[in-house]
Design a protein. Structure first.
Length: 279
């Protein structure tokens, strides 16, 4: 049985459900020669993948734009493009490709690792992350959305209340201060989420959250996504697109039930801020 995790900002007057969302999950865009986790696509492959979308009458947009269109009963020709971890190669390699195909995207960044590297991947290779200036530049770019991937990329389902509060609420506050914009979206590190974590994300003021395969959870705080990699040629993209329509349910857009009174944003532990930009 599914468990709803809705938000009131996505209600619509039309009670009929729309088609399932199709949200592509990318990470790094660059050299794929050393890629043990298969998180990297080459700029050329990304170019061909976006071209495939456009030839099918589809256009990639940010999650905020996709959900806003669906809330209006529109956007059947839109797909979500998301880039996790906030790698610096997004600016160097992905942005020009997105512009070529008139696409937008959401970049999920880690304000607790500004200018750092992907230390959470034990096998490497080490990839530089966006700096504060890099995030500000992207936030000012038309069609792009900056959203939170937590502070430091930990499994939130294993975090205690203090750490969960810092990673969820602290990252939103820091990104809002950094960009001068309200941060609407969240992405669960490793894609792992349970009801406790989803409730805290909602209590922190986010309007949606992306997972990978959220299991029994449904709604805009448990949005499933499709991993896209270097091996995804046009026929594989077509297969993934069709399977998504068969396997996924439409996002419930009915008015949500209130959060339980016991659910609130945990207070972060006192002490020095974990945000330090790497020199």
């Amino acid at each position: 049985m599914s468990v709803s995790a809705d938000t009131p900002d996505l209600t619509r007057t039309d009670p009929r459900p729309a088609a399932p969302l199709w949200v592509a999950m990318y990470h790094s865009v660059g050299d794929c020669s050393d890629d043990p986790y298969r998180i990297t696509v080459s700029p050329d492959r990304l170019d061909r993948q976006l071209g495939w979308l456009r030839r099918r009458g589809l256009r990639g947009v940010s999650m905020a734009d996709l959900l806003a269109a669906r809330a209006r009963g529109e956007g059947k020709d839109l797909v979500g493009l998301t880039f996790d971890d906030g790698y610096a190669d997004f600016t160097d390699n992905a942005l020009a490709v997105l512009r070529r195909w008139d696409c937008g995207a959401t970049v999920f960044v880690l304000p607790g690792r500004l200018g750092g590297t992907n230390e959470w991947d034990p096998l490497g290779p080490r990839k530089p992350l966006l700096t504060a200036d890099g995030i500000r530049e992207l936030a000012d770019t038309e069609g792009l959305e900056i959203a939170s991937h937590s502070l430091t990329h930990v499994d939130l389902t294993k975090a205690d209340d203090a750490l969960l509060g810092a990673e969820v609420g602290g990252s939103r506050a820091l990104l809002s201060e950094l960009t001068g914009r309200e941060v609407l979206g969240f992405c669960y590190p490793y894609g792992t989420v349970d009801q406790r974590v989803a409730d805290v994300v909602r209590a922190a003021g986010y309007e949606y959250a992306c997972a990978i395969d959220p299991g029994p959870l449904t709604g805009p705080f448990a949005l499933p996504r499709v991993h896209i990699g270097e091996n995804d040629t046009s026929w594989r993209l077509l297969l993934k697109y069709r399977l998504n329509r068969l396997r996924r349910r439409p996002v419930p857009l009915a008015p949500p039930e209130p959060l339980p009174a016991s659910v609130s944003l945990p207070s972060p532990a006192s002490g020095e801020s974990p945000v330090k930009e790497t020199p």
